[in-house]
Design a protein around this ligand. Structure first.
Ligand SMILES: Cc1ncc(COP(=O)(O)O)c(C=O)c1O
Length: 351
């Protein structure tokens, strides 16, 4: 694979996008925070297509184009639970690509509509399989359309340039996300706690590459899935809560971990010792399911994402979960800077 150089004309749409993506605001949480702690919100939803994934897809299209694997007009494919799909479709369109995207059935209409508005073609995978349905879809779709599509696969494969001159696509994803912490650190002298979601692990591993060793990384995921939790402390969940991770019906914290698919970035974040703690978050529906299957109420005392924070009604679910986790942490420490990511906006959800 040889690396190609872009003409100045071709660089133009890339430069235009990179002027608009990143450098998102870091704002202070307006609610009361105990013990003189401060919660900071990195507002990634201010990116033009509404999430941290704008950074990733700008870098990924550039990566594949430089490798000569795609060129304007090419058909490209991605899989997503929603949020990443909007960034992918919006950026792909501006760069002249024909974007196709697989998404599990039953995702919020608001996000599917946002993907459609960017001109991408959606394909729906079975609702009950959620994101674990992607490998089956990909096998048959790519076989059926042999050679027609390039699957960008932002977090799993390793498509690398000659002699490593271009990093692999999954490294490109992480590098793009590292920009989040570079920007935070320009504004805050010390980041005591960084509190990202466990999605496919990239918004943990990427930003963590730029963090000082002294920053503690506390990640969160739904009580229902507990993928990172179970990898960090094997067996602890079952001992503590009396059920295995993934036993309860599917959670509604879109974009976060789900049992049944093994994301390398989560595993790497655990094995590299990047994650200091995994917080489990719940919601009223999970509380009900847990009570119904065990007769117990342990989940009620966990941080909950199905709450509103005055002055921050625009936060999507994972942003609210981050605040809930930060507030819980703030009860135990004093005079610290705790940073969460506002991944997307509430308007991208149906309820
Ligand atoms: C709303 C939302 N929050 C958080 C995340 C976590 O991001 P990542 O998987 O890149 O770490 C995602 C991922 O898609 C998401 O959609």
């Amino acid at each position: 694979m040889t690396q190609t150089t872009m003409t100045l004309d071709r660089r133009h749409p890339y430069d235009n996008l990179s002027d608009r993506i990143g450098n998102t605001p870091l704002i202070r949480f307006q609610g009361e925070v105990p013990h003189g702690n401060r919660i900071w919100i990195k507002r990634e939803y201010d990116n033009p297509f509404g999430s941290h994934y704008d950074r990733v897809y700008l870098a990924l299209f550039d990566h594949f184009e430089k490798l000569g694997i795609i060129k304007p007009g090419s058909k490209v494919l991605e899989t997503t639970s929603g949020t990443a799909g909007v960034s992918y479709a919006g950026i792909g369109r501006e760069l002249g690509y024909e974007c196709h995207v697989a998404i599990p059935k039953g995702m919020d209409n608001a996000v599917i509509e946002a993907i459609r508005q960017q001109g991408a073609t959606p394909y729906f995978t079975p609702e009950q399989d959620y994101i674990a349905g992607f490998p089956t879809f990909l096998r048959s779709f790519l076989r059926e359309h042999r050679g027609e599509f390039t699957f960008l696969n932002h977090s799993m494969t390793q498509q690398r340039g000659p002699g490593g001159s271009v990093p692999a696509n999954n490294e490109t994803t992480l590098q793009a996300m590292a920009g989040i912490t570079r920007e935070i650190q320009q504004e805050l002298p010390v980041v005591d706690y960084f509190i990202p979601a466990v999605g496919n692990g990239s918004s943990i591993l990427g930003p963590a590459m730029e963090l000082e060793d002294t920053t503690k990384v506390v990640v969160f995921e739904s009580f229902q899935s507990a993928v990172a939790y179970d990898q960090k402390c094997p067996g602890d969940y079952e001992r503590r809560y009396g059920i295995k991770p993934g036993t309860l019906p599917r959670h509604k914290l879109r974009g976060t971990s789900y049992p049944g698919i093994d994301f390398p970035h989560i595993r790497n974040a655990i094995t590299q010792g990047i994650i200091d703690d995994v917080a489990l978050v719940s919601d009223a529906e999970i509380d009900r399911h847990y009570h119904a299957s065990t007769g117990r109420d342990d989940t009620v005392s966990l941080p909950h994402w199905d709450v509103q924070f005055m002055g921050h009604k625009d936060l999507g679910k994972t942003g609210r979960a981050g605040i809930a986790v930060a507030l819980r942490l703030a009860e135990k420490v004093a005079d610290k800077n705790l940073v969460i990511i506002a991944y997307d906006k509430a308007e991208r959800y149906d309820r």
